[in-house]
Design a protein around this ligand. Structure first.
Ligand SMILES: Cc1ncc(COP(=O)(O)O)c(C=O)c1O
Length: 414
């Protein structure tokens, strides 16, 4: 029956019960479980830009690991772990540092130490790793409630919005109690953006005014320090605690340093043990961490340069399939879009990862370039110590080939 033939009340009733079907668009964020097969073979060269977590320890790290002096770290007796912790604390400009297995555990420990009472709340960016990728562990395991503020394109958030989220009702039993505010530097989802020092300074003033602690998920804060040309302590002076991953661009196989005050670290040791992260003779791993912090920071500059040169290469591709905002390329993570919506980011990544006969004929070799489809219909590529300048140029070559092949296919299909 057409709606024209219905009375007004009948039309209203129909609208209530026959809602138009919504079409939901599912954003293909990190497809961890659909990673392309890595084909090996003499004719195929692989450039793995999926993440800076794919790095493998080099010869110096492996040697240091084999030769490390060790002891029982739960008893505080592993000399290599102790040395690493002292080194990290000095570098961060903080009273202490604790060696922790992963960035996820380190962030959770920080939340547990800053938010000690049931009913405590933290304020996080809605696109932060803590909020999106850590399985809600602060709620699941620590009983801490989160309030989210909108993450802006540069990884910051609006401080007025932050202030609007702070609860002022304590001890009114209706509300959680605001305790902590978290930032992420560099910002992963927003494409390795570096938080401006002025933002951190203002955030510190807000936090001080309202009695909040500031935790930085600084998984890649060394990239931020290199990009800004400052010591890490210049960034970290605005934070009460920081979590710094050794196993990303810095190339260690495992480990994160959690920095903070002496009291914070004492409490963090307890939380780490409760979470099962109290390790024994793991000086064999800390030895790699020491090299990560002492020798690997300088080379991050190379990753930033390669990411930028790939971005520039994409813009020069003919036909122009790629959209990149060069002003957003600050460190080792690049996000870009496809101008033609006929090809989805997932299809593009599959195309970059596969090798066909035509490609081998035209390019003289097979190039398998691995990337992930990312948040908001983008593609993400990440540079690290396993990617040379030559690999970067080969990745541009493949992107150029894919753009041309896509154009030819579209013309044939028309
Ligand atoms: C910004 C950020 N924080 C935390 C983590 C978690 O680190 P992990 O994988 O060591 O748990 C990651 C990992 O990619 C990250 O990118």
């Amino acid at each position: 029956m057409s709606s024209k033939t219905l009375t007004v009340p009948a039309r209203l009733l129909r609208r209530c019960f026959h809602k138009p079907r919504r079409v939901f668009h599912v954003d293909p964020v990190r497809l961890y479980y659909r990673s392309p097969q890595v084909v090996t073979g003499s004719a195929v060269r692989t450039v793995d830009l999926r993440s800076d977590t794919v790095t493998k320890p080099g010869a110096a790290m492996r040697r240091a690991m084999a030769e490390a002096e060790v002891g029982d770290d739960v008893l505080g007796e592993d000399p290599t772990v102790n040395e690493l912790q002292k080194f990290a604390a000095d570098m961060f400009g903080m009273e202490g540092a604790l060696y922790v297995p992963t960035g996820t555990m380190s962030n959770l420990i920080a939340v547990m130490v800053h938010c000690r009472e049931r009913g405590d709340e933290m304020i996080v960016g809605d696109l932060s790793h803590i909020h999106v990728y850590e399985q809600g562990s602060s709620a699941q395991l620590a009983g801490v409630h989160s309030a989210a503020v909108t993450t802006l394109g540069d990884g910051t958030y609006d401080l007025d919005q932050l202030i609007s989220k702070i609860r002022h009702g304590y001890p009114d039993p209706h509300y959680p109690r605001s305790r902590l505010v978290c930032v992420e530097n560099t910002h992963n989802i927003q494409g390795g953006r570096v938080l401006p020092l002025s933002f951190l300074q203002e955030l510190r003033s807000v936090a001080d005014k309202f009695g909040l602690a500031v935790h930085m998920d600084g998984a890649r804060v060394m990239n931020a320090a290199v990009a800004l040309g400052v010591q890490p302590s210049v960034i970290l002076q605005h934070c009460d605690s920081v979590s710094v991953c050794l196993s990303k661009g810095l190339g260690a196989p495992v480990g994160t340093m959690l920095g903070g005050s002496k009291d914070f670290i004492q409490r963090a040791v307890r939380a780490r043990k409760a979470l099962g992260g109290g390790m024994r003779q793991w000086g064999v791993l800390a030895a790699a961490g020491k090299i990560a912090l002492s020798d690997m920071i300088g080379r991050l500059e190379e990753d930033h340069r390669n990411a930028r040169s790939f971005a520039q290469g994409l813009l020069q591709c003919d036909p122009p399939l790629y959209h990149v905002d060069l002003t957003t390329v600050e460190t080792n993570i690049l996000r870009f879009r496809l101008r033609d919506t006929q090809m989805s980011p997932a299809e593009f990544c599959e195309r970059m990862a596969s090798v066909d006969e035509e490609e081998v004929k035209v390019l003289g070799q097979g190039l398998q370039v691995l990337m992930f489809p990312h948040v908001g219909g983008t593609v993400r590529a990440v540079w690290h110590l396993g990617i040379s300048e030559e690999d970067t140029q080969l990745a541009v070559l493949k992107a150029q080939f894919v753009a041309q092949q896509h154009k030819l296919k579209s013309i044939r299909a028309a």
